[in-house]
Design a protein around this ligand. Structure first.
Ligand code: M6R
Length: 633
């Protein structure tokens, strides 16, 4: 249950600044509730665990309804209740501080119920602010950072007898972190105050009415005129009056309304044609989010709070056993190499589905690491149960906050890459690798098995990895063009050695999943033990051949393939001339330390799988026969 507990306790270095909560607001002449609930539905793609709404109908009359679960659950809560109001704010929550629950759902209200606020982001200094407010007599009912902000605004406004705008401006000056917020006042239904810093917020301009949302999707059916608020700006929305935009010092900010031409589907995908390609392109930011608050570039150090809190348990582990499925299992294979290399502790990697049924030898001195994007995979959950029954300590690496695996494990780290919508896992994979890297580095520091030079240089390289990923993404056009040549391929072989072997497996899985082309991943040296018989002009071979101590051996494999008429796609290190000159296509990735290779070499293979599937006219985001969460055996 420790992973579960962790989300009740504020651990500053375990949180990311930007999350994917959804905000919707409306003020005007319509009934607000239908606009808000429809808006929440349009933001469902962002992922969420609870939803809520605040409706202000007349001075002194504000209703707040909340529910855990889906927007449909909120509708059930609201059914039959009074929803008449022309001003309202609503929210879908992706838990960060506090478990998914009704009390932690937004909107949060001030203690006297006068102000209601919805928030997307994280208030980093909320614990200090909360203590200050508690000293003044404020009582809190939730575990959230958001409740602190609404109480702070209330305190500042009441103490200084100020108007709401001024109170919001002063409160936000005290806040460290990221936010998009919308605030309403029970005693004044004529205004919504909205503000942003690092989390998106869009104002939609209608005819004597305003819409507000985390992106433009909830408003496109009402208006195509929008203003994208910039960091540090506050919008004052009053029905029938011109929108006013000011900064925290009350200086007016000028904004031209923009006209949006995209449809809802395009908007949800950030302008990309599919979620998968959006998620591939989001990776530099996602990995930066995953490392934020954990990796400190100034001190060149990594702090993973799970390792801090359970130092003895991890340091004294006789062995780690990683359990996972699919792509998460591939991340586990990389984790094995990282932990064994840096920490000198043996690691085994097991398919959770096999582990759970084969009476494995597990003892209380073992630490089991369960890796799962969704946190709901049935086999992985069963493997955790089995590990617990044998007395092992279980550490989880999950993306979905409050998921079953997050709750079932004794400790854990979230990967914090935001909801992954495409069925084929991309950003969750690199996020898992990034967490495993931070885990291995933090633990190696504790076990004293890494030299300070290697530790420092690896941390510095990890800090620079988002930029390296951006460089890889610049080759998207080249990869798209190359992929066209393979539209009608029927088979593929993927080869790699060392850290690149799991990438070969992952590249092959991506291709299989979305293009339905048969693909196999092998350790490159295994080729001569069988697969080489398959090589001919109709068997394209993808070789991950970055600079490593085994480069020359991989070069020999490439020569063997070419000698048999095979077609080679090589992923090589920038500046490579040898394998590049032999390969039919070569994709260059920036040089990084070998242990970080996966973070750059996986991207071209994701792109290749994506483009081949698109060329084949397939449903990239929802491939046949596959589910995003495999909650059954
Ligand atoms: O949610 P999980 O990480 O536990 O899911 C495990 C696999 O089902 C998952 O990685 C699957 O292989 C993906 N579709 C890969 O893209």
């Amino acid at each position: 249950m420790f992973f579960g507990m962790k989300i009740f306790i504020f651990v500053p270095n375990e949180n990311k600044y930007i999350n994917m909560c959804g905000i919707v607001g409306y003020i005007g002449k319509r009934q607000a509730w239908p606009v808000l609930v429809e808006g929440l539905r349009k933001l469902e793609y962002r992922g969420y665990d609870s939803a809520g709404v605040a409706l202000v109908s007349a001075p002194g009359d504000m209703k707040v309804y909340k529910s855990v679960g889906k927007v449909a659950d909120l509708e059930r809560v609201v059914a039959g209740k009074d929803t008449s109001a022309s001003t309202g704010i609503a929210h879908t929550r992706w838990a960060t501080h506090g478990e998914p629950s009704t009390v932690n759902s937004h909107p949060h209200t001030s203690m006297d119920g006068r102000l209601a606020l919805v928030h997307n982001g994280i208030i980093e200094n909320y614990a200090i602010l909360k203590q200050k407010l508690a000293d003044k007599g404020y009582v809190f009912s939730s575990s959230t950072d958001t409740e602190v902000l609404v109480q702070l605004i209330d305190y500042i406004q009441t103490e200084g007898s100020l108007d709401l705008l001024t109170a919001v401006q002063l409160a936000l000056k005290e806040v460290i972190g990221a936010y998009a917020i919308a605030v309403v006042d029970r005693d004044n239904p004529d205004v919504i105050i909205a503000a942003r810093k690092s989390s998106p917020l869009v104002v939609g301009i209608g005819d004597d009415e305003y819409f507000l949302a985390s992106d433009a999707t909830p408003m496109v059916e009402y208006t195509n005129k929008v203003i994208y608020l910039s960091d540090g700006e506050i919008a004052v929305l009053r029905s029938g009056e011109q929108v006013r935009i000011v900064n925290l010092d009350n200086v007016e900010c000028s904004h031209e309304a923009q006209t949006i031409a995209m449809n809802i589907g395009q908007l949800q995908k950030g302008g990309y044609p599919h979620f998968m390609i959006k998620e591939i392109f989001d990776q530099p930011e996602c990995i930066a989010d995953c490392m934020r608050g954990r990796l400190n570039a100034d001190t060149c150090s990594v702090v993973l709070s799970a390792v801090n809190e359970h130092r003895e348990r991890f340091v004294s582990a006789s062995r780690f056993v990683i359990v996972a499925c699919g792509t998460s299992w591939h991340a586990g294979l990389i984790g094995k190499q990282l932990i064994e290399t840096m920490c000198r502790i043996p690691v085994e990697v097991e398919y959770a589905s096999e582990f759970r049924y084969r009476n494995p030898v597990i003892s209380p001195s073992d630490v089991v690491i369960a890796i799962s994007q969704s946190g709901e995979t049935a086999d992985t959950l069963a493997a955790i149960e089995l590990a617990h029954s044998r007395g092992a300590f279980v550490y989880g690496i999950c993306n979905v906050v409050g998921s079953s695996i997050a709750r079932a494990t004794d400790a854990g780290s979230y990967i914090h890459v935001g909801p992954e919508i495409g069925v084929a896992s991309t950003k969750a994979f690199t996020g898992q690798v990034a967490v495993l890297l931070m885990f291995a580095l933090s633990l190696a520091k504790e076990t004293g098995t890494i030299s300070s030079e290697e530790y420092t240089s690896t941390v510095a390289s990890l800090d620079a990895i988002p930029d390296k990923m951006r460089q890889v993404l610049k080759q998207n056009d080249y990869i798209a063009g190359m992929s066209r040549m393979f539209t009608y391929a029927r088979n593929f072989i993927y080869l790699g050695r060392g850290y690149s072997f799991p990438i070969a497996l992952e590249g092959a899985l991506k291709l299989k999943e979305i293009s339905y082309i048969h693909a196999e991943g092998y350790p490159a040296a295994e080729m001569k033990h069988g697969p080489i018989a398959l090589i001919d002009a109709d068997m394209p071979v993808v070789v991950i051949a970055t600079r490593s101590p085994l480069y020359d051996k991989v070069l020999s494999n490439v020569q063997e393939i070419k000698a048999r008429g095979g077609r080679v796609v090589a992923v090589v290190t920038e500046g490579d001339t040898v394998i590049s000159s032999l390969a039919d296509f070569s994709i260059q990735v920036p040089a990084v330390p070998e242990c970080l290779d996966a973070l750059v070499t996986s991207i071209p293979l994701q792109l290749m799988a994506y483009h081949i599937a698109v060329c084949r006219g397939l449903d990239v985001d929802r491939p046949r026969n596959l589910a995003k969460s495999v909650t059954v055996e």
